[in-house]
Ligand binder design. Sequence first.
Ligand SMILES: [Zn+2]
Length: 747
Amino acid sequence: MTNKSNSLTTLTLGYPRIGEKREVKKALESYWAKKISSDELYTTIEDIEKSNWQKQIDAGIDLIAVGDMSLYDHILDWTVYLGLIPSRFKSFTGLQQYFAMARGADGIPALEMTKWFDTNYHYLVPEIEADCQPCNNFQGFLNQVKRGQNILVKSANPIIISPVTLVALSRYEGSLRENVEKLLPLYQSLLEELKGYGITEIQIHEPILVTDETAEVKEATIKTYEIFNQVGLAINLVTYFEDLGNNYGWVINLPVEAISLDFTRGNNLDLLQKYGFPSDKRLGVGIVDARNVWQVNYAQVQDVLETVKTVTTNISIQPSASLQFVPLDVEREVNLPAHLRNILSFAQQKLIELKMLSTEGNGQFWQEKNDKWQSFKALAPHRPGVQEKVKGLTVEDFQRTLSYEERIKQQIKLPIFPTTTIGSFPQTKKLRRLRLNYKKGELSLQEYQEAIDKEIAECIKLQEDIGLDVLVHGEFERTDMVEFFGQRLSGFAFTDSGWVQSYGSRYVRPPIIFGDVERNEPMTIREFKIAQALTDKPVKGMLTGPVTMLNWSFPRADISRKHQAFQIALALQAEVADLQEAGALIIQMDEPAFREGLPLKTALWADYLTWAVDAFRLASAIALPVTQIHTHMCYSEFGDIIKDIEKMDADVISIENSRSNNRTLEEVTTAGYNHQIGNGVYDIHSPVVPSIQQMVKQLEEGIKNLPLQQIWVNPDCGLKTRHWNEVIPALTNMVEATKIIRQQAEK
Ligand SMILES: [Zn+2]
């Protein structure tokens, strides 16, 4: 499809929905605090929606996504549009119900939250109860479409989350097909309604098709599009985040007008060349990377487009997915060095790139971009020796000198069920103010450090009083576990306003890895020494692992993620060596994002796991046999990757275990994990102080299948989001519970 000016159609799949100044977060928080009305909340949302559309109009986009705004989460929106309300929320109505599902209320737990495919965005998992009667509750969506049509007229391109993807991501009983079929009449009526509005085309988001193929999904999908086709509304079937894999052959023959594929990840280009593409359909070419912050590499993109055109010329140019995964506008990053800023592309810049790619004759535009890449390359990414070091690594670099069985004999002797914490202690208002004052230059470095040291001293004293066995310094000098290290390494950049939504009202500013990573100076030694000097108990050295550093950043695009992880690992290795030198007998390297990095297709897991495990080993293998290496993985399920976790060869791993009711521990033990395990006995995400009995029970359950010598006792994550008046009684109870368990064990 070509439009009047003989250019390719451009299309968007969603725009960032948080507002330029994080207006949605602020409005939500004010609404929850009962400071603004629901009308004011909606006004905020609609203003942002309007300004997002205006930006896309100004950029000249032909088909503009409508329906991407959300108060909290788009999957929750569709759950509510379809009336899929679990019974525990039925006593609520309207917004109260919506937020109860999102955040819980009156002791009623919220819907579970989980990662949206392999992004760092989290959605709320719908629960479709067996006797659930779905019902049409589309008004909110239809109003969005009407507002869109008023402004965008023919360009309005409503986004619909497919029933197949929605059900596949839900918790449900019975078969996928049954559940999808329950929803089809509702969708059908929605499509009829949209047709009546005079909508040109809709986009149906079907990302489930990029995961491992199953007969169930295939069957439900074919059925769904058969029904949708009867409505006679043009459909663009949209997939993203990976290629269609074995689904390609049948998906391209579904009765739809257009199919959108991601050409920035996976092998859709190969599939296209191998199996062709039907001439009666438009191919949506997702070529502008919606998941990373780099400008289009024109030569590369041209290559892809040329290849695509040898198969079909009926194409549209679009981002690879919704732009919600990148920040809004790079122009605001005045504090980034110009040579870096010049080659970054956030949502606003990506719109321009789309337009430029869709028309011919923009040679000068791309020449200028190319020049900027060149001057960046000349200035920034390369640090002498770093890439060479990675290339020169040998097997020994990944290997501790002694086996686990041999080295634990040399490691620190502790009572059975050693008690410890995961690292951070409460980050109080006072502490945040302190950091801000320092950042603004109102405090000297010395004054700042003195204040931090006072916090460390109090924290050590407190842990001794409570009777913990292995202490931590408290991480008071750290804002965030990735940012803190990134700021002390070369190759990481930080934005001022580069927020992206993590979930609901929580946004994060991922660092950007732009060049070779190297440690400039020791990062944690000063605080470790201060803490260790104050106590005879062992203090843990605390680091963030290489895989987590990488997975929570925007990676660079010119070298592999594996090599980036190895570079970070080498930087951490130097820190491990220094901590050891400074007297640390225990070093913890946190990897909460380790599992998150798993590819969407299981066939690709082995590759990721191999280098991710290697990166951890590379960072930690320098540890002497006497040094005990810990790792920490919260909110992870391990069943399917336990063998790989074992290969990380940490001496102790601490896991979440309280929310999953010992399931995580069970998984780990049934798999025969024989190193030590930190049993996360209480949920730090809850303000509730766990009782002694509760934790005794947790521990008793937990040790049924496990030798006592293997178990540590700790909370399930860091305590930085909690208040001191929650932390002190909780840890006191934890230590008491441990004493009881020890007495039982001695009998
Ligand atoms: Zn954690």
